[in-house]
Design a protein around this ligand. Sequence first.
Ligand code: PEP
Ligand code: MG
Length: 924
Amino acid sequence: MKQSAMKAKAATSSTKTSTTSKASRSHTYVYNFGRQTDGNASMRELLGGKGANLAEMAAIGLPVPPGFTISTEVCTYFYAHDRSYPRALAGDVKTAIGLVEAQMKKTFGGKDNPLLVSVRSGARDSMPGMMDTILNLGLNDVTVEGLANISGNPRFAWDCYRRFIQMYGDVVMGVQAADEESHDPFHELLDALKKSLGKAQDSDLNAADLQALVAQYKELIRKRTGKAFPQDVYEQLWGAIGAVFGSWKNERAILYRQQYGIPAEWGTAVNVQAMVFGNAGDDSATGVAFTRDPANGEKSFYGEYLVNAQGEDVVAGVRTPKPIAAMEKELPESFAALEKVRTKLEKHFKDMQDFEFTIEKGRLFMLQTRNGKRTGLAAIRIAVEMVKEKLMDQRTALLKIPAESVDSLLVPIFDTKSQKEAQMIGKGLPAGPGAATGRIAFTAAAAEIESRKGNKVVLCRTETSPDDLKGMLYSQGILTTRGGVSSHAALVARQLGKVCVCGAGEVTINYEKRTLSAGGVVLQEGDYISINGTTGAIYKGLIESADSEVKRVLEGSMKPEKSYTYELFQTVMEWSDKYRRLRIRTNADTPAMAETAVAYGAEGIGLCRTEHMFFEGDRIDYMRQMILAVDQVQRQEALKKLLPFQRKDFVGLFKAMAGRPVTIRLLDPPLHEFLPQDDAVRRQLADKLGLPLEFVIERIKALHEENPMLGCRGCRLGILYPEITEMQVRAVFEAAAAVMTAKNPVPVNPEIMIPLVGFKQELADQLAIVHRVAKEVMAKNSIEIDYIVGTMVEVPRAAITAEEIAVQAQFFSFGTNDLTQTTLGLSRDDMGLFYDEYQRKEIYNKNPFASLDQTGVGKLMQFAVENGRKSRPDLKLGICGEHAGDPDSIEFCHRLGLHYVSCSPPRVPIARLAAAQAALREKK
Ligand code: PEP
Ligand code: MG
């Protein structure tokens, strides 16, 4: 049975608490935690990350307030059945509430000693702040009195009630600010009340004030919705459960899922848990902490807390909390308890944890733990140091590092000199490392507009909410004036790899005037600002950026022993190389690119796009002359001019690659990329080539194609104009001969690649030229050059006829850019018009041009691999489309048994790690 199968997997914790037997029921929707614990950390799929870890913490004896998790299966059911629930659920929830009541010795809806609960989301992978939460549920006009009596603190009771109405009114009943720039209507009432009473702080309000506020809140809800705030506690509970499940499909959650490739089918769980109160007095507190520093990975206790407050106050960034270190003095006993928990969590979960806690009258409670989100730098540092501390082995450590995070060690930082010269106007908390310069945008919408214009943006807000996610995505950096290092802005920025400075209290933002004032300077929206997310410094104007330490070491301008970042990078790369099976090549067209890629660890060139070699200087004109030629004589003339350039470039590439394989693809330009569309440029070209302008215009017209991507490009060019293929092959072999016979000879390993092949006859046509010219050059130079010839697989027909094609092709390189374009019938250049809608409807989980469509394009690849090998068992296999730098696609290529992936130079380190992860996951 399902339940017992789960228990079999559930061996990670020695359960002190008893485990419920639900064997008599065929389906379990509700899992308890507390004195009775049904789940554990391995059950994330069913219980979500939060639910699974609450169960695990309860099981290892950490102080967790009791509660229960409604599984993700219910979420799936909810969406499949018109937002309704399985029939058994209502009864299960009631039973589970009964268990909580028994443990807490309180009654849900009871007038004497009422049980209050929180209702929170919890997906398999955490999506912080993206879905909804309700706290203090169970309060109504009667139970609030009960809470006031039993706590002996009416102020506290009314504060909880007003908070509850505010959250419930917003999340469940939809009473919200009209737009981004208006204020929250509940906050407006609160502020108005404080003003009318002449009280500055929320904490200055007494019980009677709060009671009056509650009446105003209820009236607001009634006015806005036409409904009364519900008094029945079960009605409240079901309203909250529905809102949390419903929030799985809110706009920001969908956006977040797209960003992180989280499938819509996963769904969220709902956690209902007894409330404990951080706002029960000055011996109470609430906070968020990380077992290590999530910004730089240092092994130091990191976090913040607020005395006499509830958790949302910390995360929302409304009050700026104190650093955790201050607690040692303020609440020493609680601090000692917290330190113990910190150690226990890391030992048990064997990873850096991000946890939420509440201290109620001196007693510590754990509300959540999860593997902490961290910057790329921190991910790498923590993994490497945890291996040193013997908390994990190398394999586990490699799997803990998101492959993309390697990028953050390579991104630019501010140029030291420019930073020194810049005017610093303020300082905030360093919350997302790196350097960002951009134009100020005060709203997410402004950030989007600015970024679409091609400008860099720094989003500046008093605080961010999850609704700002889109604006954050469009920005280079985020600056907030309120909130701490675990505020929404900081959390999300870190995850997005965005530079972030938060809680910059000396900075004033005026949304109405659209100004930002700091350090005596007033900046307008659109002005440049620069922020250093590593130090927290804020600067007026634009600052030049500089290369990262890793890049400097690799280029030789910094000594390796001077940079700990480099040491970390190098360690991870060495470990990766030990475990990966895939070879990593690069797409490079110039010796400089090739050298950078080799420094990053590239083991060959998997794609040299020869047409890119013609973009520079005069070459483009000769290239245009060749394209415009009306006959072979004219074309030969242009080709003759191009040959020496090509030869020289290949010499450079061969030298840079020093015997590593270099895949040179014959010309594959859609012609429109090379022909000038602009009249002035056409005139210049005519003058330069000594041709009449009318001729040039006519020729361009004659060469016009409605759909150049599917037109005269790829091998079709070489078939139409064999002299082009001949020139290119000659250049390759003459360069190879020159390099091999030079005074300081260098070995060469050329691989000639024919693009856009769909018919074996196309390949045969081009192969004949390649072999003939190669022979001629070798004979002339009395030299043998080892080379192979293969093809790109980038149209479905090539994949489908792979068995025939592999008879002649010595290798296949999957051109997944075109293969995606042609398989999906989707233009590489024109998806903008409908893409947003496709994303919104989650038709694509990810952009198919960025991450391989494994079920469609991937199937064709698999077919090609299997059938190609039938005629040539030692067929060499690689991929050179953009997907070759995407970790998920790399894993797919590994499973397919490709020999190499070839990506752009900066992605080579990411690919090394991703390839190792693919190999390690396969073994698991
Ligand atoms: C491809 O199509 O995947 C490819 C690498 O070629 P290009 O992007 O140059 O068309
Ligand atoms: Mg292509």
